[in-house]
Ligand binder design. Structure first.
Ligand SMILES: Nc1ncnc2c1ncn2[C@@H]1O[C@H](COP(=O)(O)OP(=O)(O)OP(=O)(O)O)[C@@H](O)[C@H]1O
Length: 368
């Protein structure tokens, strides 16, 4: 187990009472403002001393208040990346990166400088000062600095929150590589369902200091009711699909998933690339009969596997599309009128807009 967390902590009028485990390479903590995400991260990192807790990282007990174990912050081997990079302005990138190393005992220095610099694409920036870097470049250097300290866990507290959408998209591939090739598990605090759908392998959903759901990303994201506020419209299924061809005449790329073939606006990825595709529940319509005369390109045959509880006017209908789990958010009225029930064969019509570039990420092996 990478992470085993059990915390009870009161601060002011807020009480945090959380218990979760994660074996994911990238565990996302998701929840509205004030739900306790930063407090958890700070308790793991040693910046907050919880009232009662047991925190185990990679089998190493960092805190157990029952037996009075509290490993001091500087001995926890936890890397931190904050929202703003917090680089030293008077040091160039190379010296900022090397700064992280000084605190690691020389016998435990494993991360190779060249590998980290290459992984994050910052080789050409080594002689520059932080003031000359873009926001995204600064964050990549901050991540590199944390990695070079050879942490057992990397905590990232909304590392992209201060960046605009273009800069975020620029940095996602590096976080994906870090997740897949960096060898250090990551805990990422995020407000954005789109971001966690792209990056996370495990998700912990928090609300008012409690865990609402936790588990593999694909499983948690399929339940739209966990994302009751801003995230509701972003939740849905995560499936893996392989680029199987490009259609130059129509500017389309064809992806092959277990669920079937999916056409999306042309992508730059070569044939064979495995992508993580997000099918938002709100972008899926159900039909009993195979549709005709429809502009949507993607229609997948499916069976209803279960129907969730009603949430106001809507319900989540969980589908089995050739082995791929897909979810459609439909009105209660439609569920009744169409007679939807488990076992019924249906056709899932996917509006092409669901395949925006943000919904596609390169999938590492076994990440879904
Ligand atoms: N030092 C403190 N003293 C008292 N209350 C605090 C303290 N630090 C945080 N809190 C309260 O604890 C609660 C959880 O805060 P926390 O920062 O963990 O939430 P969060 O989910 O990370 O929020 P955000 O997404 O806004 O960063 C909030 O109600 C906050 O006001």
């Amino acid at each position: 187990m990478i992470l085993d967390v059990d915390i009870y902590h009161r601060q002011g009028g807020f009480s945090l009472e959380v218990r979760f485990q994660s074996d994911g390479k990238l565990t996302a903590l998701y929840g509205p403002s004030g739900s306790g995400k930063t407090t958890i991260v700070n308790a793991i990192g040693g910046l907050v001393q919880p009232d009662h807790a047991r925190i185990v990282v990679q089998g190493r007990e960092l805190v157990d208040t029952k037996t009075n174990i509290v490993v001091p912050k500087h001995k926890r081997r936890i890397g931190y990346v904050f929202q703003e990079g917090r680089l030293f302005p008077h040091l160039n990138v190379r010296h900022n990166l090397l700064f992280g190393r000084w605190f690691t005992p020389s016998g435990e220095r494993k991360a190779s400088f060249d590998h980290v610099v290459d992984l994050l694409g910052i080789t050409h920036l080594l002689d520059r000062r932080p003031s000359t870097l873009s926001g995204g470049e600064k964050q990549r250097v901050a991540i590199g600095r944390a990695l070079l300290a050879d942490p057992q866990l990397l905590l990232m507290d909304e590392p992209l929150a201060s960046l605009d959408e273009a800069r975020k998209s620029e940095i996602y591939p590096y976080i994906e590589r870090l997740r897949d090739e960096g060898g250090v598990p990551i805990v990422l605090v995020s407000h954005s369902v789109a971001e966690i759908a792209r990056l996370a392998t495990s998700v912990v959903v928090l609300s008012e200091g409690k865990v609402v759901a936790s588990g593999p990303a694909a499983e948690v994201l399929r339940h739209t009711n966990y994302f009751a506020q801003s995230g509701l419209t972003e939740a849905g299924a995560l499936i893996e699909a392989q680029v199987s061809g490009h259609n130059a005449a129509y500017d389309l790329t064809v992806l092959q998933a277990r669920a079937g073939a999916l056409s999306v606006p042309r992508l730059p990825h070569p044939i064979g690339t495995i992508l993580r595709v997000r099918l938002r529940a709100r972008d899926i319509i159900l039909s009993l009969a195979p549709p005709h005369g429809l502009s949507a390109l993607n229609v997948l045959p499916a069976f209803i596997s279960s129907i969730g509880d009603a949430e106001g006017a809507s319900m989540d209908v969980q589908l089995d599309c050739g082995g791929d789990p897909v979810v459609a958010r439909v009105t209660r009225k439609s569920v009744e009128e169409l007679g939807l029930k488990p076992g019924l064969p249906v056709h899932a019509i996917i509006k092409s807009i669901a395949f925006d570039p943000e919904a596609l990420g390169v999938a590492g092996q076994e990440n879904i």
